[in-house]
Ligand binder design. Structure first.
Ligand SMILES: C[S@@+](CC[C@H](N)C(=O)[O-])C[C@H]1O[C@@H](n2cnc3c(N)ncnc32)[C@H](O)[C@@H]1O
Length: 323
């Protein structure tokens, strides 16, 4: 792997603000000739929307939301509790030998790397060896931040084999292959555990969720496990939604799929779905008191209204024998 940022042409243009129009050709190059018409309507409207998402995730304010020190109490709590439990349960599906020899992890749409770095530290404490950890995101600014965060939060000896690269969720293998030698084949069947938190909904928005899931399938070793966590469309109080309700001119939001929609591409691409459910009542942005209150109320909320919880969870495994 080369140590450079791995920023592709269209990303540099858009990130530097030089691109007044989204570099449609470059974006479309990853589409494998698929016809697209997302929830936004025409391709032009969609491209503008994708550009808006991209710009959003290169902004300083957003970066602060996805870095450990500034992200807020709620997400730090979740990474040590609800999410940690989900990851450790999912890792139990891997053979014991793999966990002992060292697992290779990939987080797609990793933002500032907060989730992956926390996962590495949880696994260190649990004495599960991490042989390799790789984070990807389409935002070069996020990837730069993740690299800085890794330097700040990991011990020198732990920095080896912790890498962050610019790659789109929908074309992970071809984007990553730019940084690997000799080529794509080395990436296929190479990860034991793939995670995506609050990012796969953007693929659904662009109707490219199957491309993303197919890439994950190909990246995983047979028997490898994928965990996807994202917004539940049945949770009625997302702050961005509430704010939008009171705006005269509504902001176009990212499409939020149903649990069935999150699960479907995993079934279609040949995964064995191990868990598909709603969970978690603590907002990422919650302060100390709200976190304490909602975590205390969670068992009761789970009993009476589980399908209204904040997140959807899909845990799936690549079959050991792939036909
Ligand atoms: C809500 S943030 C979540 C960040 C991180 N997973 C976390 O939980 O802290 C969504 C992330 O997905 C990234 N993203 C959105 N669409 C993407 C795409 N098509 N390909 C790669 N990354 C994408 C954004 O840049 C952003 O960093």
């Amino acid at each position: 792997m080369t140590p450079d940022c791995g920023t592709t042409g269209w990303q540099v243009k858009a990130a530097s603000g030089l691109a007044s129009v989204w570099d449609r050709e470059a974006l479309a190059s990853g589409l494998d000739g698929q016809a697209r018409s997302g929830p936004g309507g025409s391709i032009e409207v969609e491209d503008q929307q994708l550009e808006a998402f991209f710009r959003q995730y290169t902004s300083h304010v957003e970066i602060l939301k996805y870095t450990k020190a500034t992200a807020g109490f709620g997400i730090n709590y979740l990474l040590e509790h609800d999410y940690k439990t989900v990851y450790l349960n999912a890792l139990n599906f891997l053979p014991r030998k793999t966990r002992e020899h060292g697992i290779r992890i990939l987080e797609f749409g990793c933002g500032g790397g907060m989730n992956l770095l926390q996962l590495i530290s949880v696994l260190n404490r649990e004495r599960i060896r991490v042989a390799k950890a790789l984070g990807t995101d389409f935002s070069p600014a996020m990837i730069e931040t993740a690299r800085r965060e890794a330097k700040n939060h990991l011990q020198e000896q732990d920095l080896q084999n912790r890498e962050f690269y610019v790659a789109k969720n929908e074309s992970l293998i071809s984007d990553l292959s730019v940084f690997t030698t000799p080529e794509e084949s080395t990436l296929k069947n190479s990860f034991h555990f793939v995670v995506g938190v609050n990012t796969i909904r953007y693929c659904h928005h662009a109707k490219r969720q199957r491309d993303c899931v197919r890439n994950i399938f190909n990246l995983l070793v047979p028997g490898g496990v994928c965990v996807v966590i994202d917004m539940n469309n049945r949770f009625p109080f997302f702050r961005s939604d509430l704010k939008n309700r009171f705006r005269r001119q509504k902001e176009k939001q990212c499409y939020v799929p149903s649990l069935e929609e999150y699960t479907q591409p995993f079934v279609e691409e040949g995964f064995e779905v191990l868990r598909s459910e709603h969970f978690c009542w603590v907002p990422h942005s919650a302060g100390g008191f709200m976190t304490w209150l909602l975590s205390w109320m969670s068992p009761m909320l789970n009993k009476v209204a589980r399908s209204r919880a904040m997140r959807s969870l899909v845990v799936s495994r690549k079959p050991t024998t792939v036909t």
